[in-house]
Structure formats: C-alpha cells, structure tokens
Design a protein around this ligand. Structure first.
Ligand SMILES: Nc1ncnc2c1ncn2[C@@H]1O[C@H](COP(=O)(O)OP(=O)(O)OP(=O)(O)O)[C@@H](O)[C@H]1O
Ligand SMILES: CC(C)(CO)[C@@H](O)C(=O)NCCC(=O)O
Ligand SMILES: [K+]
Length: 259
C-alpha cells in the first residue's frame, strides 16, 4: 500500500492508498520537531482504530516545509523499509516539467495539485488551493504548471489583523449576512469574506485575460466551499485533489521504473 503525505505549513495529511482507493485521510499539525518515532506512534494508533493493516511498501511526500522531510524520510526507512519519493527533488519525476523562470523553486504542493488536476480535468485550468496561503496555479493545455499567484491565506489574514492590531480579537472566518458590520467581529469577518470573494474573482478574471484559451477553475482546500458563490466562482471543488496528485506522481514514477 502507498502512504501519501501532504505536508503544508499548517497541517500535514497522511493518506493510505490500497491500489483502488484511499482508505483513510489523517490530519495532524505540521511541527518540524516531530520525530519518526512520534509519527509512527500516531499513525499506527489511528490505523489500528480504523482497522487498516499497516502493510505500507511505498511512500510519497510533498512538503512545503523543508525541515520536516528529514524525519519523514526516517519514518519511511525505519518503519516501512522503503525510500520515499519526495516531490521537488530531482529524483522524483513529474508528468510535465514546469515552465517558470530559471532557478525558481515551485512549491511542491502546487506541482502536486497541477498533476492531480490535469489527470482529472485535463488542461487549461486555474487551480485554487485555500491553504495557509491561497495559491492559484495555471495548468497549460499539456498539463504543465506555467505560473500563478500567491495570496495570504484566509486564516492568515485574520490572524495578522489580530496579532498586529491591539483592539482586534481572534475571529473565525464565516459568511456574514451583511457587508456593513455593526460590531468589530462582524466588520472583520466582512472584510475578509467579501474581500476574498473579490480577490478570487479579480485574480481569475485577470488570469483569463492573459491566457489565450478558455479555462476552467478547480478549487481545493478546507475553506473553498465557504467561498463558493453558487457556480459562479469555480467549476469544480475537489477536496482530495492534492492527495490524488500525489498518487498520480507516484504512479508516473513507478511506470518509469523509478526508483
Ligand atoms: N467551514 C470551515 N470553516 C472554518 N474553517 C474551516 C472550514 N473547513 C475547513 N476549515 C479549516 O480550514 C483550513 C484549511 O485546511 P487545508 O487543509 O485546506 O489547509 P491548511 O491545512 O490550513 O493549510 P496547509 O495545507 O498550507 O497546511 C483548516 O485549518 C481547516 O480546519
Ligand atoms: C505558496 C505555498 C506556501 C503554498 O502552500 C507553497 O507552495 C510554497 O512554499 N511555494 C514556494 C514558492 C512558489 O511556489 O513559487
Ligand atoms: K494543503
């Protein structure tokens, strides 16, 4: 079975693929101090709880936090006796080579989203991922990542207001009934919620203006459904896009006999 690990700046998702489907998706916060032994205790407890056997023989990792990769490699070596594929490392082959400025390191999560989205939806896409940052990835007709946009994430924007402005409390994002807030919390929620709707619309419109073909918009990430405006903002929401992309990249490497 394949263990796919998607490590973001806030959360890390582990998912087990049995050759036919993902059996479970487990989430933990990202902490670079966590050791291989700690990951193993956590993972084995939850897999036992879900009655999933631990016969993992392949591991693929995408990490936006370089420091956590070391301990995840040790986890693979020590407990699953395999060398993991790490997206973004030269030894991990991608279905399509990104077309970006020379020397640019594209975030591995964006490469994975691109591969997953192209496999499911074909080319000419804007992929929006509402994670720690909100990213827009442009997927060309042939499936290559050809650039995009990075904006501050929804929760990050709210956190920044709270941390930098003495009178602003911590608030959770929600869809306010009205735009004109009549208390501090309502004003902050309005600013972030409607500001984000505007951000997504404007960025997508401008990407479409620069790109010379029709494009579809695919969204992923826990907060994407909150920002759906009926069917006007995105064409599809795909909760498991990143984990699917990890499987696509794993299969691509396996088909080529790598490693
Ligand atoms: N309806 C909701 N309202 C508020 N928060 C939500 C809702 N649904 C999901 N979330 C939260 O949204 C966040 C987005 O999760 P997601 O996995 O997409 O990104 P992340 O883990 O925050 O970022 P990264 O992948 O960069 O670590 C999570 O903190 C999740 O708990
Ligand atoms: C933008 C984030 C933080 C989104 O998770 C990640 O993809 C990243 O660290 N990217 C590196 C820079 C880039 O993608 O151009
Ligand atoms: K993510």
């Amino acid at each position: 079975m394949l263990l796919a690990i998607d490590c973001g700046n806030t959360n890390t998702v582990f998912s087990i693929w049995n050759g036919e489907r993902f059996l479970c998706t487990l989430r933990t916060s990202t902490e670079h101090q966590r050791t291989a032994d700690q990951y193993y205790v956590w993972l084995s407890t939850l897999l036992a709880h879900h009655r999933i056997p631990m016969d993992i023989d392949a591991v693929i990792i995408s990490s936006t936090v370089p420091r956590v990769v070391f301990n995840l490699r040790v986890l693979s070596d020590r407990y699953f006796n395999c060398r993991p594929l790490v997206v973004g490392k030269p030894e991990c082959l991608l279905p399509q080579v990104p077309r970006v400025d020379e020397g640019t390191q594209v975030g591995p999560d964006r490469l994975v989203n691109t591969a997953g989205a192209f496999d499911r939806y074909g080319g000419d896409l804007i992929v929006i991922d509402f994670g720690t940052a909100t990213t827009f990835d442009v997927v060309a007709q042939d499936g290559a990542y050809v650039g995009g946009v990075i904006s501050p994430g929804v929760n990050l924007s709210l956190q920044a207001l709270h941390e930098m402005a003495a009178a602003l409390p911590h608030v959770d994002v929600t869809r306010p009934q009205k735009v004109i807030g009549t208390n501090t919390v309502a004003c902050m929620q309005s600013g972030v919620f409607w500001g984000y709707i505007g951000l997504v619309r404007e960025v997508c419109d401008r990407i479409r203006g620069e790109y010379d073909r029709d494009m579809r918009i695919i969204s992923t990430g826990g907060l994407a459904p909150l920002f759906a405006q009926g069917d006007t903002l995105y064409d599809h929401f795909d909760e498991f896009l990143t984990i699917h992309g990890l499987r696509v990249i794993h299969d691509h490497n396996k088909a080529l006999g790598n490693p």
